[in-house]
Design a protein around this ligand. Structure first.
Ligand SMILES: *[C@@H]1O[C@H](CO)[C@@H](O)[C@H](O)[C@H]1NC(C)=O
Length: 212
């Protein structure tokens, strides 16, 4: 009985508790997002390959998305040392200024809403689900207890731009480290031209995750 009481107390009071994903990792992210903007509904689905070096403050994402059934392939490099995000799409490079770097961790004031596991019997993996508000949106993020490796994330609400959204992403095939650092190389087409980011206005909002 005492154990049950203690467990309940810890679920109610334990906060983000320093859950930070591995320093460098790669993996797949599946995405399904619905949104309503100016009365029009949009459905986005697809997959991303993520490459993150948190020490190096650089992230590369290869995306294959279907936005309302139109396929879009793009590559994004977020170089926080230069403070610039590069988006390469259709052989064109666009640039945007990044917000200052923030560690990709569950916020310290997040609440643990579930302390559970995936699998069954002897094949289980302990996970925690955290709840918090990020830029006005409700986030539920689940990560492994051992190592804070991302598993699934659901984000919902209305953005500052007035877009109502529900995003669900799931992570799989994650490996620690970076196999080929050349994924972070900025293509030479990004040095010459400086096309404003408005070329693809909606795409920057399609990647919302506390983990990257
Ligand atoms: C991450 O970047 C840092 C700084 O550039 C570098 O020292 C480190 O080797 C990189 N890590 C991986 C796994 O590539």
């Amino acid at each position: 009985m005492l154990r049950i009481v203690l467990a309940l107390i810890s679920v109610a009071t334990v906060m983000g508790e320093g859950c930070c994903p591995p320093d460098a990792w790669e993996g797949f992210e599946g995405l399904l997002a619905g949104s309503v903007q100016n009365g029009r509904t949009h459905l986005t689905k697809g997959g991303l390959m993520l490459h993150l070096n948190n020490t190096g403050k650089i992230i590369a994402i290869e995306e294959d998305l279907f936005v309302d059934d139109h396929e879009i392939k793009l590559k994004v490099i977020q170089d926080y040392n230069r403070g610039t995000e590069y988006m390469i799409i259709d052989g064109k490079c666009t640039k945007k200024t990044l917000e200052p770097w923030k560690p990709k961790c569950i916020p310290d004031d997040a609440q643990v809403v579930q302390n559970t596991y995936f699998g069954a019997g002897s094949a289980t993996m302990a996970v925690k689900t955290y709840s918090f508000i990020d830029k006005g949106l409700q986030v539920y993020a689940t990560a492994t207890v051992n190592g804070c490796v991302p598993i699934v994330e659901a984000i919902s609400g209305t953005t500052a731009e007035g877009v109502s959204t529900v995003d669900v992403v799931e992570f799989s095939g994650i490996t620690p480290g970076i196999k080929d650092p050349s994924v972070f190389n900025i293509p030479s087409i990004c040095n010459s031209v400086d096309i404003p980011f408005q070329y693809v206005p909606s795409l920057s909002r399609l990647r919302r995750s506390v983990f990257h």
